[in-house]
Design a protein around this ligand. Structure first.
Ligand SMILES: *Cc1c(COP(=O)(O)O)cnc(C)c1O
Length: 374
């Protein structure tokens, strides 16, 4: 008999999603745009207090538009976290701008403020900083924002993994000039695929909606003075999003419980450390991760293999962008000698963090990992 699959992070639907989708069918709003899109934007912004939002086809599209709206052009430098998923920096290259990767700090695994400050010595005029809140843990926002303010650089928060996380009581994604969220299939809530660009500035969000619908000028005839994109979210998917948003707090609570369960279980194993929290904030705990002490005979690969034998899905830590063949030509700035992001990548892995995991599933995962260290 094949064992039940235990997932890393899979979609969890509750029923309201289907009702909103049915409503779209009944009213024949099977189109990009529509009442669910407007409502989803309003409801997400009401939840995060983000100001204004534009629902888009992907988080990647939201980053792309944020760069456009920040005036990033060919040859411009953009600072971006190295320890992230490639979607954080691909749009920099779409615009023929130059990513400069910034290393992580150990406290939160996010962009290191010391390295960011150092980056300005070599590249004094970046057009934007893209800051990722990795695995849901808020970055050191006070320090990063202070540096961006001093240098008058636009801050774009990639909160794709951190919807629902807060820093000093305020939602991640609402600190920068722009914030982006993702509703890809494995994120904390999903529309199967989708994203949102948010900003306090209503004009910027209006411009984003314009660019996302092929930049059509306000004329009756089809007239275009700029190149646009087809980046809007469909009314069907926004219906799913509205249903999911109603369950976001519940998803967050379950993710936090999963993290705590692992944390308590692995407190007994000195070689294992959980991914860090930020004491000045609250993480949504999108993925629970561990690192294994240097020199330990158990490697992340051994843990992943052992879990796979139990049909449980785990995953390496994101391979840092400065190590990717496609980004090999770009620079990495570190605070000191050590490359922190590489160390986390080499010693870490993401554990199954699916909110549908039962206590038996959790027990099996914990047993499997623990037995390797016996
Ligand atoms: C998922 C993700 C994105 C991209 O979102 P899509 O909606 O898949 O385009 C961007 N950045 C990070 C850090 C992500 O994890």
């Amino acid at each position: 008999m094949t064992k039940k699959r235990i997932y890393l992070s899979s979609p969890t639907m509750h029923g309201r999603e289907q009702e909103f989708v049915n409503e779209a069918f009944t009213t024949n709003w099977v189109a990009p745009l529509g009442p669910h899109v407007d409502a989803f934007e309003r409801e997400l912004v009401a939840y995060t207090h983000a100001g204004y939002g534009a629902a888009l086809s992907a988080g990647t599209a939201a980053i792309h538009l944020a760069l456009r709206l920040s005036g990033v052009k060919e040859g411009d430098v953009v600072f971006v976290s190295s320890l992230t998923f490639s979607a954080s920096c691909n749009p920099i290259v779409y615009e023929k701008a130059t990513p400069v990767f910034i290393d992580s700090e150990k406290d939160t695994w996010n962009m290191c403020p010391k390295a960011l400050r150092k980056a300005y010595e070599k590249y004094p005029n970046p057009k934007a900083v893209i800051l990722v809140h990795l695995y849901g843990t808020p970055a050191k926002l006070d320090e990063i924002m202070e540096i961006c303010r001093e240098h008058q650089t636009v801050l774009i928060e990639d909160a794709a993994e951190s919807l629902g996380s807060t820093y000093k009581g305020r939602h991640t994604g609402t600190f920068g000039r722009f914030g982006i969220y993702s509703f890809n299939g494995n994120k904390i809530i999903t529309t199967s695929g989708g994203g949102m660009l948010v900003s306090d500035d209503e004009e910027e969000i209006k411009k984003a909606r314009f660019l996302a619908t092929q930049a059509r000028d306000p004329a009756r005839h089809y007239q275009h003075s700029q190149i646009g994109f087809n980046y809007r979210m469909s009314n069907i998917l926004a219906g799913i999003g509205r249903g999911q948003l109603l369950a976001l707090e519940e998803h967050k609570q379950r993710k936090q419980e999963i993290y705590q369960t692992y944390q308590e279980a692995f407190a007994k194993i000195p070689e294992i450390t959980m991914n860090p929290m930020n004491q000045e904030g609250e993480a949504n705990c999108w993925l629970s991760c561990i690192t294994i002490q240097e020199g330990c005979r158990v490697t992340p690969s051994m843990v992943m293999d052992a879990l796979e034998k139990e049909n449980a899905e785990s995953r390496p830590i994101w391979k840092p962008m400065h190590l990717q063949p496609v980004f090999a030509e770009y620079d990495l700035i570190t605070a000191g000698e050590e490359i922190v992001s590489e160390d986390i990548f080499q010693r870490g892995l993401c554990l199954p963090s699916d909110i549908k995991n039962t206590s038996e599933d959790m027990e099996l995962i914990i047993q499997t990992v623990t037995s390797l260290f016996g």
